[in-house]
Design a protein around this ligand. Structure first.
Ligand code: 4FD
Length: 246
């Protein structure tokens, strides 16, 4: 996956490119991240990248010309025509389903707004899709870009070891994950559920599925509305709900 990032703060992205699973993916060449800053494309004496909004109002906006030049510069580096995504509170919510679709692309350009955002003419000219990582306002789109890149990079084949890829099943199935335990079997009086020590893989599968469905019902019932549960899943969820009542 090739990602071009248009940002005034490329140094923020070392958290993604130099740490953990995503840092390893960059080192292995599974993810490539390139940067382009509007500041490098501001040619006036003060290298101005922002300006006051027409119509008045608080704050500043990112200027058209430096941003457009920065976008064109990064697009030229893309190995294939990139999908241009703008991170903004006005975007479509980022979901695991959308992450899975984005992970299929060869190249992305991520626009990171600062101040109160960017001139709408850039969105009209260059942006294919606006994405939001949640209903709150941040000081810039960079954290959203890193969230998106992290979620997408995990899905690139070979990035996660086999053991980790099992983690995908629950959320990509559309429900929350089940509880997890590791050694010791007992800690300060708290025991690991016996079923997980039983070695009975079918019982363990059913227990984990029941816990996932039950927790989804308890914490995020709206996620269940879009799901068509199998007979087994419906039965396990019903059992979980009955046990909650007692
Ligand atoms: N919720 C998000 O994904 C998000 C993205 C960017 C951001 N801040 C930069 C910005 C502010 C206003 C308009 C456009 C961009 N805050 C939150």
């Amino acid at each position: 996956m090739w990602a071009g990032v248009v940002t005034l703060f490329p140094e923020m992205f070392t958290a993604l490119t130099e740490s953990g699973v995503t840092g390893r993916a960059v080192k292995r060449g599974q993810l490539e991240v390139a940067f382009s800053s509007p500041r490098d494309h501001a040619h006036d004496r003060h290298r101005t990248v922002d300006d006051r909004p027409f119509g008045g109002g608080p704050g500043m906006l990112m200027k058209v010309e430096p941003l457009l030049e920065a976008i064109d510069a990064i697009r030229q580096q893309a190995p294939s025509t990139p999908r241009v995504i703008y991170l903004s509170p006005q975007g479509q919510p980022l979901t695991q389903k959308r992450v899975e679709q984005l992970a299929q692309l060869d190249s992305l350009v991520l626009l990171c707004g600062r101040y109160e955002g960017i001139d709408e003419r850039i969105i009209d000219r260059c942006v294919d899709e606006e994405i939001s990582i949640g209903d709150y306002v941040l000081s810039g789109g960079e954290l959203g870009a890193m969230v998106l890149l992290d979620a997408v990079t995990r899905l690139i084949p070979g990035v996660l070891g086999h053991a980790d890829s099992a983690v995908e099943d629950s959320f990509s199935a559309g429900w929350l994950d089940c509880p997890h335990y590791t050694r010791p079997e007992e800690f300060d009086g708290q025991r690991v559920p016996e079923v997980l020590l039983s070695g009975n893989h079918e019982r363990i599968r059913r227990w984990r599925l029941k816990q996932s469905l039950g927790r989804t019902w308890q914490r995020r019932p709206e996620l269940l509305e879009d799901l068509e549960l199998s007979k087994e899943q419906q039965q396990l969820l019903a059992e979980y709900i009955r046990e909650q009542a007692t």
